[in-house]
Design a protein around this ligand. Structure first.
Ligand code: NAP
Length: 295
């Protein structure tokens, strides 16, 4: 049984794509009496203010979390430790701190040491997004039909987990609970590696001397265009993802490189069967994604 969650005061730390989508959802569905947005830069806060995303705006972390019963960290994962250190002493007893970061073990390690007694950390990752950033990029339907993964530790308060679970269900997501290390392994192959490959292939294409930039743009339809969309994702966010999930990404990259080498061999030796067998299998995966409404 899920209940519509309600909070007295929500602090949105960072007001980019994810948190601004949540801000819109919280306002639309009246999930909080008051919402305060934090961002470092005045121009980000001005943009959020012009979109009427919350009741209050601040560039002071302590002011943002004062008296909040829900704090949502929506900033690059590399910035989470320094933010946790500042907000820790200003959190009220009973508050729930959650996050939306794309890596989970590093977030737990970075935040837990600064959480005072009686404050509950429920790490989360809504697996939903676009290549756009900033307050204007958000929309309340972003989470609809997607999965959210929560990675609480064994001693996390069950009521706090349930509240965050219900919050994401209300946002239209399906919720899974798993170990943070497992999350990082799964996401390394389903999200982090595809981004790395996209960044790499787009970089390689632009470096090719024999192919002009004009040709790259003109003939982009042949698969390249899809890679450019992924490779347009926020540079800071993705820098932090790779640095924070180093082990799992390197492991998946190792396997990927081995598999790529076997395709290279098949092409060199004219082994069409190997190529076709793989392409039949991968087409099935695409079909099961469509069946699961994840496309
Ligand atoms: P975004 O649109 O780029 O917004 C990031 C926000 O964080 C902005 O308000 C930015 O404002 C602030 N910020 C940046 N660096 C900061 C720092 N060092 N200290 C404090 N605040 C800082 O980001 P997003 O796409 O919403 O991503 C937020 C989190 O969600 C990330 O951890 C990401 O891994 C995760 N996530 C993203 C997606 C996606 O598709 N984008 C999907 C799922 C999860 P200022 O510039 O004013 O500081």
């Amino acid at each position: 049984m899920t209940r519509k969650p309600h909070f007295k005061r929500v602090a949105l730390i960072g007001i980019g794509l994810i948190n601004s989508s949540l801000a819109r959802l919280i306002q639309r569905d009246k999930l909080a009496d008051s919402v305060i947005s934090f961002s470092r830069k005045d121009e980000t806060l001005d943009e959020a203010r012009s979109l009427n995303l919350s009741h209050e705006y601040t560039n002071d972390l302590r002011v943002a979390v004062h008296n909040a019963d829900l704090i949502i960290l929506g900033i690059p994962v590399g910035a989470i430790s320094s933010v946790a250190k500042v907000i820790g002493p200003a959190l009220k007893k009973g508050a729930i701190v959650t996050d939306v970061g794309s890596v989970k073990r590093s977030v737990i390690e970075d935040v837990s040491p600064y959480m005072p007694e009686g404050v509950h950390l429920v790490p989360g990752h809504p697996v939903a997004g676009t290549e756009h950033s900033g307050p204007s990029a958000g929309f309340p339907g972003l989470f609809e039909g997607r999965w959210c993964i929560l990675t609480p530790e064994k001693d996390t308060d069950n009521v706090a987990i349930e509240i965050i679970h219900d919050f994401w269900i209300h946002a239209g997501m399906q919720v899974d609970i798993m170990d943070a290390n497992h999350h990082d392994q799964v996401l390394a192959i389903t999200s982090h590696l595809p981004h790395l490959i996209a960044y790499n292939i787009v970089g390689t294409a632009y470096d090719l001397e024999a192919v002009t930039e004009r040709e790259v743009i003109k003939y982009a339809a042949g698969g390249f265009r899809d890679f450019t969309r992924i490779a347009a994702s926020d540079p800071t966010m993705w820098r932090d993802v790779f640095l924070s999930n180093r082990e799992a990404v390197l492991e998946m990259l190792g396997r990927f490189t081995e598999d790529l080498a076997s395709l290279q061999r098949a092409i060199r030796w004219g082994d069409g069967d190997t190529l076709e067998e793989l392409f039949i299998k991968t087409r099935e995966i695409r079909r099961s994604l469509i069946d699961a409404k994840q496309v």
